[in-house]
Design a binder for this molecule. Structure first.
Ligand SMILES: *Cc1c(COP(=O)(O)O)cnc(C)c1O
Length: 395
């Protein structure tokens, strides 16, 4: 699992169990304190004037956020990490950090939809232009680079349809043209892909997902290399958009078990994805670790594992039946919940809307259903999906 990860010689589960915090820093207690704070007191006016102490105000950080951020730095190999109140807030921060009025950004078309919404809805208002590129573009991104292109944003696998990207090739072109590269690394977590080792400058996580892991926390992290860190930190301190102490604590607690949870998510998701391939009613399974998936070679080259979320394309030729049959599928599920987000312990199913796509177009065979495979017993989950397929066939 750690074969392509650089850094510490220790195994990833050892690092997950101990990184970010040393119990001796707080009287030997195994976990860090949850520090609720706005005000931090200074011992005298001179210290206050120079701000010469570790903590100066709650928005800049506390021992709780330091522990989480240090753990993320160790996992990502980054120079610095900040924690913000959601995954979407984490995506926005590097944009605000790297872009100014008159700049241009390139964003992959298989993007998490709210990211597109922010670019088209908010950045456009501030005079920043976004254009979207084919996830399969690789070094061909050279043709899209403009003199004012300051940021290339990537996400692999893509949201809902899981297209892979040639991250090293894209990073090489971006850097040669003076642009930074950011990546939404939520799907892989730093256990299965370390963006900064592959040329990315800023790695972003909806830590809401696997790091927090229990569907009860909203939080995001942004980890930057030496080059991108100073501007990112400056922007973070300007925006006041800091994660709350209990959420930071719960996320560090989630990280401790993320390795064993992910092993289970990975195994169950692959077992189910393989079982679904070729089943009547399933036109395609969109999972990068399947040999049949178009981006599989890139996944195999760069990633050291796969997580628990993938999609199926239902085999429904008659487009006028897509809605009724996908509803029949979803309504027949007894274990899978119908709900957004993923990365928790429980299984979820979502009908996927790809109407925002301009280049990475929806599959033609039928509607797309995204499945988050939780920690339940695999045979129960498979039986549930088969129940859904039978209901879709009968509808
Ligand atoms: C869920 C998700 C986000 C946003 O995270 P929130 O904490 O829900 O705001 C960002 N990127 C990806 C790929 C996601 O799946």
């Amino acid at each position: 699992m750690t074969k392509k990860n650089s850094g510490s010689n220790q195994g990833v589960n050892t690092r997950l169990a101990h990184s970010g915090y040393s119990p001796r820093d707080f009287h030997g207690f195994v976990n860090p304190p949850v520090v609720h704070a706005s005000t931090v007191l200074f011992p005298d006016a001179q210290t206050m004037e120079t701000r010469n102490q570790a903590y100066t105000y709650g928005t800049y950080g506390t021992p709780t956020t330091t522990a989480l951020n240090a753990a993320m730095d160790e996992l990502e190999g980054s120079a610095g990490t900040v924690a913000v109140p959601s995954g979407l807030a984490a995506l926005v921060l590097p944009f605000m950090s790297a872009l100014s009025a008159g700049d241009h950004m390139l964003v992959v078309d298989s993007i998490y939809a709210p990211t597109r919404n922010f670019c088209n809805g908010m950045l456009a208002r501030f005079g920043i232009e976004t254009s979207y590129y084919d996830p399969a573009i690789g070094s061909g991104i050279e043709d899209l680079m403009r003199p004012n292109t300051k940021l290339v944003h990537t996400e692999a696998p893509g949201s809902n349809t899981f297209e892979m990207q040639d991250i090293p090739a894209i990073a090489e072109v971006a850097h040669a043209n003076g642009a930074l590269v950011s990546m939404d690394n939520t799907w892989a977590t730093p256990l299965f892909f370390k963006p900064l080792d592959h040329g990315v400058d800023i790695s972003i996580h909806a830590a809401t997902k696997y790091p927090a892991g229990h569907s009860d926390v909203l939080i995001g992290t942004v980890s930057a290399n030496e080059r991108a860190w100073p501007a990112l930190w400056k922007t973070f301190t300007m925006m006041g958009n800091c994660a709350a102490p209990d959420d930071a604590y719960a996320t560090l607690r989630g990280l401790r078990t993320m390795g064993v949870r992910l092993e289970r998510h990975q195994k169950s998701a692959l077992t189910i994805a393989r079982a679904l391939e070729g089943l009547p009613g399933v036109a395609k399974v969109l999972h990068p670790a399947l040999e049949s998936f178009p981006g599989h070679d890139l996944w195999k080259r760069d990633f050291c594992g796969s997580s628990g979320i993938f999609s199926i394309v239902l085999d429904i030729a008659d487009a006028s039946r897509h809605r009724a049959k996908s509803h029949a599928f979803l309504d027949a599920l007894e274990i899978f919940g119908l709900g957004y987000s993923w990365g928790g312990y429980e299984s979820l199913a979502v009908p996927v809307n790809l109407s925002d796509r301009t280049i990475a177009l929806p599959p033609k065979e039928g509607p797309v259903i995204r499945l988050q495979i939780g920690l339940e017993d695999c045979q129960d989950l498979l039986a549930d999906i088969e129940r859904g397929l039978a209901a879709a066939a009968a509808a």
